[in-house]
Structures are given as C-alpha cells and as structure tokens.
Design a binder for this molecule. Structure first.
Ligand SMILES: [Zn+2]
Length: 90
C-alpha cells in the first residue's frame, strides 16, 4: 500500500484550482479539502503504483472518465461547498 497514488485525486485538485479562478467562492485550504472530498466521492478512484504514476499521469485524458465529466463534478462540488461554507468569511 505504501506506493499507491490516486491519479484522480491529483486531477481533481488541479481542476479545483482551474475552476476556482472563475468563481468568487472561498478558496481556503478547508474548503479545498471539502470540495476535493465531495468530488472524489463521486468519481472513480484511479490508483496506480507511484513509479508508474508520473508516467501514466500524462495520459489521464485518455481514461474512461472524460475531462468534461470530471469538470462537471468538480464544478458542482465547488458550488455546493461554496454556498454552504461552514466557517465564517471575513
Ligand atoms: Zn473556506
């Protein structure tokens, strides 16, 4: 188990950063983890051996889950978490 990485996790985290730029929602670390958890629970995990992971990562767009599907789920997560922000905004 020590050498496993979830490619979907990395993809989702990158996607959150991309999509957040287009919104006004809170972008603190707390919200990022909430958004990532929400999205990752709705997307299939994609575990690979970490040695292959860096290589395979380059081909993530050819996985069964299309980029458009991931974008839709992550955007939904951002809206959901952003509108129910559980901590005080400044
Ligand atoms: Zn926040």
């Amino acid at each position: 188990m020590d050498e496993l990485v979830n490619l979907m996790e990395e993809t989702v985290l990158n996607k959150i950063d991309q999509l957040w730029k287009q919104t006004d929602y809170c972008t603190c670390d707390n919200c990022k983890i909430d958004v990532a958890a929400y999205a990752l629970n709705r997307l299939p995990a994609k575990y690979v051996h970490s040695l292959e992971g860096t290589l395979i990562h380059r081909f993530e767009s050819s996985t069964t889950q299309t980029d458009a599907e991931i974008t839709a789920v992550v955007f939904q997560a951002i809206q959901r978490i952003g509108e129910n922000c559980h901590h005080d905004k400044k």
